[in-house]
Design a protein around this ligand. Structure first.
Ligand code: KIV
Length: 276
């Protein structure tokens, strides 16, 4: 049973400036999503670098078909829970659908997440108002992680969860957007469901680390959703980039360790878990 809060380790706790150091030093970052203290603690013990309270919460924990119904209250509550399990990993929280519709709303939501224990707020897209929100937050001491490629909050416009940036025009646009979120002040960029070569080009162009999910092996780090890394079927179609690490890991904490090791040694993701 889960009884203890986060425990001391000899690892140095992650801070936001250390992300840039990791990119400079070529240290690959292992990130997972968590929504509660128990799994967050297991991730922390397993040496996971970054933990995200994602709005994937809506699909894997609340049983919904998309992330759109997730609220600021939901993310604030789960941020508080996950934060209690962490002592070294850096905690990020997602701004849910429309919480970043204006910079002011984004600041109000992000402030709640930082006060609940997160160190960064993540937001999807690079439309003009999103860039305004990134600038507004970073100027007010809220570190930001951007998210481009397949942005699940755009599922209605995109017509489904599909690979992005496949043709030359879309790829050029994505590269421009990546530079724009960096210039607006983002410290980290998640790239979801984009061809490996495009993610590699963006990673080489940016100063900030990229974290891939379905974006091939050349990003500066990787992220998977908790349920996917444990092979749990949450009732949705399993994307190609998902890998079950529980079989090899032997236990939940072992699965997180196996995932972190595979990210760091570059064996995950391989071509079978990436898009051309
Ligand atoms: O909500 C989430 O879990 C995410 C990750 C998949 C990056 O945004």
């Amino acid at each position: 049973m889960y009884t203890s809060p986060a425990q001391a380790t000899d690892r140095k706790p992650w801070t936001v400036p250390m992300l840039a150091d990791a990119k400079r030093d070529g240290r690959r970052l292992a990130m997972l999503t968590a929504y509660d203290a128990g799994f967050a603690l297991a991730m922390d013990r397993a040496g996971i670098d970054l933990v995200l309270v994602g709005d994937s919460l809506g699909m894997v924990a609340q049983g919904r078909d998309s992330t759109l119904p997730v609220s600021v209250d939901d993310i604030a509550y789960h941020t508080e829970c996950a934060a209690r399990g962490l002592s070294t990993a850096l905690l990020l929280s997602d701004l849910p659908f429309q919480a970043d519709a204006t910079p002011r709303r984004a600041l109000d939501a992000a402030t709640r997440f930082l006060q609940a224990g997160a160190a960064m707020a993540k937001l999807e897209g690079a439309a003009a108002h999103k860039l305004d929100a990134i600038r507004f937050l970073t100027e007010r001491e809220v570190p930001v992680c951007a998210h481009l490629g397949l942005t699940p909050q755009s599922v209605l416009r995109l017509g489904g969860f599909k690979v992005q940036g496949r043709d030359d025009r879309a790829a050029a646009r994505l590269r421009e957007d990546a530079r724009a979120v960096q210039d607006a002040g983002a410290s980290l960029l998640v790239l979801e469901c984009v061809p490996s070569a495009l993610a590699a080009a963006i990673t080489a162009e940016l100063r900030i680390p990229t974290i891939g999910i379905g974006a091939g092996p050349h990003c500066d780090g990787q992220v998977l959703v908790l349920h996917d890394v444990l092979g749990l079927d949450s009732g949705h179609r399993r994307p190609k980039f998902v890998k079950d690490f529980l079989a090899d890991g032997g236990s939940v904490e072992g699965a997180f360790r196996a995932y972190a090791a595979a990210v760091r040694d570059g064996s995950f993701p391989d071509a079978a878990h990436s898009y051309e």
